[in-house]
Design a protein around this ligand. Structure first.
Ligand code: PEP
Ligand code: MG
Length: 755
C-alpha cells in the first residue's frame, strides 16, 4: 500500500512546496490534508486545532464531510483524537472501534472508518492540535508513515504558533497557543513587574524542516554530535565546569546521554524520515519535553531536563551560532524566563531594564533568588513549564508577592495591575518620606534598623532606605556568584567598597557561611547525608583555616583606620567562638608585626542560630562583643524542620510561644550582660515579626532592604511598652496553641498599626 504516490519523502518535498505557496491559511491547510491523504492512500486526513477553551476544532479535512469543518468540536477528553491530544502520544490502530476511547460523531460520517493513525501537533512539548489519517479498510500504518505524519505535524505546529490560523477562528475560540495563561509559583521576591518576555535560553527557531539532501543532513548531524561530545570532554577535563555554570554531575549526565546509543539512534532515525538535522533534534526534543511534562518522579524529570539542555546545545551547534541573548541589548521592562539560572548569569543582565524573573525551578533559598532580591526585581520560582508556554516578547505580569504569573494578560487584568503598581509607588513615596526620620516608637523607644546585604548591588540600599548600617553582610555571596574562589585582593576590594558605601555607619561582616544549601559550584562537594547538619560554615573554617585566615586578613586590611565588626556563622559551642576569635587575634598580630595599618577597633561577635547556644548564654555573652540572632536557622534547628522543604516548612510557626520564649531569653540575657543584640533573620523583615520582636525587648533589627520602609512606618505608630506587656503575657502561659499570630494580628488591628 505504501508509496503509491512516492512515500513519505515525496510527501515532505511536496509539503515544502505547499508551505511556500502564497495562499490563504485555510487553502494551505486544505492542500495539506489532500496531499497527505493522497500520499498515504488514506480516505481521510483531518487537522484538529486545540482552542483556548480546551476543545479541539476540526480545521480541515479530506474525506470527512466538508460541512463539519469549523463546526465539529471535540472535548479534549473525547474519543481517540482527544486521547492523542491529552497524552501527547500517537495512536496507531487497525481497528479503532475496538479502542475503549472510540467515540463517534455522526455529522462527520466517521463510523465507516476502521484504521486510525493520530499524532499530536506538538511544540516545545505542548499540544497544539491533532493530525489524523483514517482508512475504511483495516490496515496497519507503517512506522515510516507515522514518522512522516509527525514531521508534517511539526510544520503545522509552526503554522499554528505563527498566528496564521487565528483569522479563521471564531471570537473566544482562538487557537490555544496564544491564549492568556495564569501560572502559579513560589514567591521569591516581592514586587510587580509588567513587561515582556526575554527567554534566557531563547528557543532556536527552525525555518527549514525538510531536507534537500538526506546524506548531507545525516552527515551534519553526525558532525554536530561529534563536536558536542568533544566539547563536553574538554569541559570535563579542563575543569572549567564552573565557567559553564554547571555542576560536575550535570556534565556527567550530559556526557552519558551524548554517548547514549538510544538517543543518537532516535536522532538519526528522525533525519532518515526526511528532516533536516535541526528539525530532527527539535522533533526528538519536543517528544522528550512532552514526556517530561507528564513525569512526576523528580529524579527522572531532572534527567529529562538534562537531555533537553543537551538537545539545545546540539541545536546551537547545528545552526552555527550562539543564541544566547545579548545581555546588553535587553528591551525595556524585560522579564527573564528561564528553567534555572545561576546567580552570576542574572547579574550579567542590564539591571536598569530588568523588571522581573520567572523560573521553572529555583526555590526561595536558591542563590539566584538571593540575587533577584538584591537587585530588587519581582521574582517567582517553581513555575512548571514556564519556558514552554511563552514566546520571546510576549506580554507578561509577574506578581512576586503572591507567586502569580500572567502570560498574554487581558487588557482588564493589565489595567488592574497598573493600578496596583501605582498604589505601591505611592506607598514607596510615603516610605521615602520617612527615610530621614529617626526610628522611635510612639512611647519613645529607639529601634535601630539595619539592612542585610552581600553584594555590591546591595550597597545603594543603605542610603535609599536610610538604614543605620549593615547588620549582616553575608560574605559568602561574593563566593556564590563567582566562577572561582575570589582572590584575597578581590575580597579586600569588596570589603573596602562596602565600608566606603556605609561611610560612618557600622557594618557587621559575617565570615564565610558555606556548606549546607550554600554550595560553591567550583568547590569539591563532600557527599554528606545531612548537609544542613554537616561540615559547613565555621566548622569548615576551623578545620581548614587557610580560607578563613585569608578572609579575616582581607577584612582587617580593608578596615585599616576604621572600625570593624566581624561575626561567625553556625557557632554551636563556646569553644568554637574562642578558637575563631584566636584566629582573628593572630591575624591582627601578624599584620601589626608586618607594619600594616590596622583597624581602629575590632568588635568580634557571633551569630546565634544553633539552639545549643541557648544553654551557654552566660559563658558566651562574657566573651562576645555582640550577638546576632539568625532566626532562619535557629527555628529550623529548633523545630528540626528543613526551612527549604515545603512539605514541612509550614508546620511550625515562628510566632509560637516556644520560639518566642527562646528569643526573649536571649534578649534578656544580653541586656543583663550589657551586650548588644540584633536579630537578622527574615522574621524581623515582616511587620508582624518586627512588632513581636520589639515586644520581646529587641531594639536592633537587620532587615531585607525592602522591609525597612514598612517596618519603620509600623514602629512609628507602635506603643512598645504595651506590646511588651501583651507579648509577655501571651508567651508566659501558653494554652498549647501552635501560634500566637492571630492574637498579634488582632492587637495590630486594634492599635491601628500599618501592617
Ligand atoms: C539566619 O540563619 O537567620 C541567617 C540570617 O543566616 P542565613 O539566612 O544566611 O543562613
Ligand atoms: Mg543562618
Amino acid at each position: 500500500m505504501r508509496g503509491a504516490l512516492g512515500g513519505p519523502r515525496v510527501l515532505l518535498r511536496r509539503l515544502r512546496e505547499v508551505m511556500a505557496e502564497p495562499v490563504s491559511a485555510q487553502d494551505r491547510l486544505d492542500k495539506i490534508v489532500v496531499l497527505i491523504a493522497a500520499n498515504m492512500v488514506a480516505e481521510v486526513c483531518s487537522v484538529y486545532v486545540l482552542r483556548v477553551d480546551g476543545t479541539l476544532e476540526l480545521y480541515a479535512t479530506e474525506g470527512l464531510k466538508r460541512e463539519a469543518v469549523h463546526q465539529t468540536v471535540l472535548r479534549s477528553d473525547e474519543g481517540l483524537v482527544g486521547l492523542v491530544a491529552s497524552e501527547a502520544n500517537p495512536i496507531n490502530m487497525s481497528e479503532a472501534q475496538d479502542h475503549p476511547a472510540f467515540s463517534y460523531r455522526p455529522e462527520t460520517g466517521e463510523e465507516i472508518y476502521h484504521s486510525f493513525l493520530g499524532v499530536p501537533i506538538l511544540r516545545a512539548g505542548n499540544t497544539l492540535g491533532v493530525l489524523v489519517v483514517q482508512n475504511r479498510a483495516r490496515r496497519t500504518y507503517s512506522e515510516e508513515e507515522e514518522e512522516a505524519l509527525q514531521t508534517t505535524a511539526m510544520v503545522l505546529a509552526e503554522m499554528i504558533a505563527s498566528g496564521e490560523l487565528s483569522a479563521l477562528a471564531k471570537p473566544g475560540a482562538e487557537p490555544a497557543v496564544r491564549r492568556a495563561l495564569h501560572l502559579k509559583g513560589a514567591a521569591l521576591n516581592e514586587g510587580i513587574a509588567l513587561g515582556h518576555v526575554v527567554l534566557h535560553e531563547p528557543r532556536v527557531v527552525i525555518t527549514n524542516f525538510i531536507a534537500d539532501d538526506l546524506p548531507k543532513e545525516s552527515k551534519r548531524l553526525a558532525t554536530a554530535i561529534e563536536t558536542l561530545r568533544a566539547d563536553l570532554d574538554r569541559m570535563f577535563e579542563h575543569g572549567d565546569v564552573a565557567d559553564a555554570g554547571e555542576h560536575r554531575e550535570v556534565l556527567e549526565a550530559y556526557r552519558m546521554f551524548a554517548n547514549d546509543r538510544g538517543w543518537v539512534h532516535k536522532l538519526e532515525e528522525a533525519v532518515m524520515t526526511g528532516l533536516t538535522a535541526e528539525a530532527a533534534v527539535e522533533r526528538v526534543h519536543s517528544d522528550i519535553r512532552a514526556r517530561m511534562l507528564r513525569q512526576t518522579d523528580p529524579y527522572l524529570r531532572e534527567r529529562l531536563h538534562d537531555l533537553e539542555d543537551l538537545a539545545n546545545r546540539l541545536l546551537r551547534q547545528l545552526l552555527g551560532h550562539d543564541h544566547a541573548p545579548s545581555r546588553e541589548s535587553l528591551p525595556e521592562n524585560a522579564v527573564l524566563v528561564a528553567r534555572m539560572m545561576g546567580p552570576a548569569a542574572l547579574l550579567d543582565y542590564d539591571r536598569k531594564r530588568l523588571r522581573g524573573l520567572v523560573l521553572e525551578e529555583g526555590g526561595p533559598t536558591s542563590h539566584v533568588a538571593i540575587v533577584a532580591r538584591a537587585l530588587g526585581i519581582a521574582a517567582v520560582g517553581e513555575v512548571a513549564n514556564a519556558t514552554g508556554v511563552v514566546d520571546q516578547g510576549d506580554a507578561i505580569i509577574v506578581d512576586g508577592s503572591t507567586g502569580d504569573v500572567h502570560i498574554r494578560p487581558s487588557p482588564d487584568l493589565e489595567s488592574a495591575y497598573v493600578e496596583r503598581v501605582r498604589l505601591r509607588a505611592r506607598r514607596q513615596l510615603q516610605y521615602l518620606a520617612l527615610r530621614d526620620k529617626p526610628c522611635v516608637t510612639k512611647d519613645g523607644e529607639s529601634v535601630t534598623l539595619l539592612i542585610n546585604a552581600g553584594l555590591v548591588v546591595d550597597l545603594p540600599h543603605i542610603s535609599e532606605t536610610g538604614a543605620a548600617g549593615i547588620g549582616l553582610f553575608r560574605t559568602e555571596m561574593q563566593f556564590m556568584v563567582a566562577s572561582q574562589f575570589p582572590r584575597a585582593g578581590e575580597q579586600q576590594q569588596l570589603y573596602r567598597s562596602v565600608l566606603e558605601a556605609a561611610a560612618d555607619r557600622p557594618v557587621t561582616f559575617r565570615t564565610l557561611d558555606i556548606g549546607g544549601d550554600k554550595v560553591l559550584p567550583y568547590m569539591r562537594n563532600v557527599e554528606e547525608e545531612n548537609p544542613a547538619l554537616g561540615w559547613r560554615a565555621i566548622r569548615l573554617g576551623l578545620d581548614r583555616p587557610g580560607l578563613l585566615r585569608s578572609q579575616v586578613r582581607a577584612l582587617l586590611r580593608a578596615a585599616a583606620g576604621r572600625d570593624l565588626r566581624i561575626m561567625f556563622p553556625m557557632i554551636a559551642a563556646v569553644h568554637e567562638f574562642d578558637e575563631a576569635k584566636t584566629l582573628v587575634e593572630r591575624e591582627l598580630t601578624h599584620l601589626r608585626r608586618h607594619g600594616h595599618k590596622l583597624p581602629d577597633r575590632v568588635d568580634i561577635g557571633t551569630m546565634l542560630e544553633v539552639p545549643s547556644l541557648l544553654f551557654q548564654l552566660d559563658e558566651l555573652l562574657e566573651r562576645v562583643d555582640f550577638l546576632s540572632v539568625g532566626s532562619n536557622d535557629l527555628v529550623q534547628f529548633f523545630y528540626a524542620v528543613d526551612r527549604g522543604n515545603s512539605r514541612v516548612a509550614g508546620r511550625f510557626d515562628e510566632l509560637s510561644p516556644p520560639v518566642l520564649r527562646a528569643l526573649k531569653m536571649i534578649a534578656d540575657k544580653a541586656k543583663q550582660h550589657g551586650k548588644p543584640v540584633t536579630l537578622c533573620g527574615e522574621l524581623a523583615s515582616f511587620t508582624l515579626g518586627a512588632m513581636a520582636l520589639v515586644g520581646l525587648g529587641y531594639r536592633s533589627l537587620s532587615l531585607v532592604p525592602s522591609a525597612v520602609g514598612p517596618v519603620k512606618a509600623m514602629l512609628l505608630e507602635l506603643d512598645a511598652g504595651k506590646t511588651e506587656v501583651l507579648v509577655s503575657s501571651l508567651i508566659a502561659r501558653s494554652d498549647g496553641s501552635a501560634s500566637i499570630r492571630d492574637k498579634l494580628v488582632a492587637f495590630a488591628e486594634a492599635e491601628g498599626l500599618p501592617m
